[in-house]
Design a protein around this ligand. Structure first.
Ligand code: GLU
Length: 304
């Protein structure tokens, strides 16, 4: 049977100008899908309305166009999808998997709470079995958590290889809606990717631990699992991690003095996708793209 055309996505958070690390993840998502004649979808992840803006979203679209990273459709931004997420939230409730959680931030992060070696905490289930009377006594609106099963999830990642996760030990019951009514990233991204028919999720390595959480929600909502590829993080030439605060390697600064082909060439060379430093367009790079060429460890930016 012929392979179904892949559907990939850009899912940027419009909270600032893209830096080269963001561009790198977007580039790999694009070349992977376009090298197989697939479709690209753009979605603005603006759940955090304090940090994001329509103006950043506009500049982001403009930067993608400048880079030559086109897309076939844009789906509605997350900030406008509350009613859709409500429907999925109700489904979790019907499955008997939700419960209200009244824990405060300081309780959750206290030194007595169980933590993993990377500093993230595992929710110990404090509010799991509260009685209706105990719930009412808090007198404030709760966050909502979904129970996670004690079972293994296998993430088969095109870049990171296979890894096994048990959510009960890794994060515990997950918040899906915050006390202020805002849905969390894990729920929104699962619903949006599922409804858009995304078959391939390419993003930064820092989101690898989100994959098993999203796989669990995909299963509950009846969505197929996409293929995952978590690409290495890109480090500045001096070894520091890029962030939106480092304005030197964001597109606002770089577009003044560089051409898109120069930036794409530097990224492709740093990642092992081309043998020699030099300029290349995204379209040319797609012609010779293969996951096997991509380096797997952290990438130090060279040639920019
Ligand atoms: N919106 C996230 C970001 O900009 C990406 C989420 C995802 O790709 O699942 O880092």
């Amino acid at each position: 049977m012929a392979e179904r055309k892949p559907v990939g996505r850009f899912a940027p958070t419009p909270s600032g100008r893209m830096h080269l690390g963001n561009v790198f993840a977007a580039l790999i998502a694009w070349v992977s899908v376009r090298s197989r004649d697939g479709e690209m979808v753009l979605r603005m992840e603006d759940l955090d309305t304090q940090r994001t803006s329509g103006e950043y979203a506009r500049v982001l679209r403009e930067d993608l166009a400048w880079l030559g990273l086109d897309y076939d459709r844009e789906t509605p931004p997350q900030s406008r999808r509350g009613a859709v997420y409500d429907g999925y939230f109700r489904r979790l409730d019907q499955l008997g998997l939700l419960y209200p959680c009244y824990c405060t931030r300081s309780q959750l992060h206290s030194v007595n709470a169980p933590h993993l070696s990377d500093g993230t905490y595992v929710y110990p289930g404090t509010c799991r079995e509260l009685t209706p009377q105990q719930r009412a006594a808090f007198g404030r609106s709760p966050a909502w958590r979904v129970r996670v099963p004690d079972r293994l999830w296998q993430v088969e990642d095109l870049v990171q290889g296979n890894s096994t996760w048990n959510l009960a030990r890794h994060c515990g019951d997950m918040v899906v809606r915050r006390a202020d009514g805002v849905y969390v990233y894990q729920l929104a991204v699962t619903v949006d990717d599922g409804e858009a028919g995304i078959t391939e999720v390419v993003r930064g390595m820092d989101l690898l631990s989100s994959a098993p959480r999203q796989m669990y929600l995909q299963e509950l909502f009846g969505f197929a699992h996409p293929v995952y590829a978590h690409v290495p993080l890109l480090l500045a030439p001096d070894g520091r991690r890029l962030s939106k605060r480092d304005r030197d390697l964001d597109l606002g600064a770089l577009r003044v003095s560089r051409k898109p082909e120069q930036l794409i060439g530097a990224l492709a060379f740093s990642a092992g996708l081309i043998d020699r430093p030099g300029s290349i367009s995204a379209r040319e790079l797609a012609k010779e793209f293969s996951w096997n060429k991509l380096r797997r460890d952290n990438l130090v930016l060279r040639g920019v």
